[in-house]
Design a binder for this molecule. Structure first.
Ligand code: HEM
Ligand code: HEM
Length: 227
């Protein structure tokens, strides 16, 4: 893909702030959650230099709580922000599964890639999968927080279900992140990387790969969108 020096705005500050708050808090939640299982004592991670604290339940629980507050805030902010601005480009559409196969085949050299909007069909599916997994983990996580309060009691059946779903969702999130990062193994997708750091991507790339989005921006003269 040829690269011109002209850049175009893809993500405003809010989107980048939410992405990195979710990414960092999720990483901390996975790390501290595994500590509670308690994997680091069993596999002697806590014997390594500077990592003694990893098997201290009080410490990993505190990290889990602080990161959970950050994740909860980012998710609420994200939903309110995009509903107010009526931005739904990333929600899955009918036919996204078929279109994803078409895009992957085209990357492997078979057939033509469809014209893409702001997000590829597989990005919309990835978003929905990670989003549903995070919502499941948030709901079950809040039930587990309430359970830890001395004044609140739940039936064992609810607690058992919440714990199982919290653990299932942990693996869904892990799987989603691996898939998300694996997308960047393909050279074709890498031009999107600068966008999540600086907000801007190469204009030529947007024109070629996200032509529907590019043409819309062109018509509305919204190249300098902010927010
Ligand atoms: C080093 C880590 C990561 C990098 C480099 C990265 C990179 C990116 C980039 C470049 C985009 C924007 C794609 C575009 O402009 O269309 C994006 C979107 C997104 N990221 Fe990440 N990301 C990382 C970690 C994470 C983590 C940990 C999560 C979830 C917990 C996550 C969830 C998402 C979601 C849901 C989207 C929108 C859907 C999509 O484009 O696939 N990311 N990420
Ligand atoms: C990506 C996000 C998250 C991951 C990967 C994750 C993972 C885990 C894991 C593996 C455990 C240990 C197994 C267990 O006790 O069931 C755990 C426990 C727990 N999680 Fe999460 N979690 C996440 C988000 C949250 C959130 C958002 C909350 C709160 C709103 C939360 C609250 C809790 C609580 C209260 C416990 C139990 C601590 C105890 O034993 O008292 N988690 N989590």
């Amino acid at each position: 893909m040829s690269s011109s020096n002209r850049k175009i705005k893809r993500h405003g500050f809010s989107v980048r702030f939410v992405h990195w708050t979710v990414a960092i808090s999720t990483f901390l939640l996975i790390f501290s959650g595994f500590g509670q299982l308690p994997l680091y004592k069993r596999y002697m991670v806590d014997q390594l230099p500077l990592l003694g604290w990893t098997s201290n339940f009080g410490v990993t629980l505190m990290i889990h709580y602080i990161a959970a507050i950050a994740l909860s805030f980012a998710v609420v902010y994200h939903i309110v922000f995009h509903v107010i601005r009526k931005e739904y480009d990333i929600l899955p559409k009918r036919g996204d599964f078929k279109e994803s196969v078409q895009i992957i085949m085209a990357m492997l050299g078979k057939g033509e890639e469809p014209e893409n909007d702001k997000y590829l069909a597989e990005q919309r599916l990835a978003y929905a999968f990670i989003g549903v997994s995070l919502l499941l983990i948030l709901v079950t996580g809040h039930i587990k927080v309430l359970k830890n309060l001395q004044t609140v009691t739940f039936p064992d059946s609810i607690l058992g279900l919440a714990t199982t779903l919290h653990n299932v969702a942990t693996f869904m999130v892990l799987f989603g992140i691996i898939g998300h990062l694996a997308a960047f193994i393909f050279k074709e997708n890498r031009a999107l990387l600068p966008g999540i750091f600086t907000g801007e991507i190469d204009e030529e790339y947007a024109k070629k790969r996200h032509s529907k989005w590019y043409n819309r921006l062109n018509k509305q003269d919204r190249f300098n969108i902010s927010g």
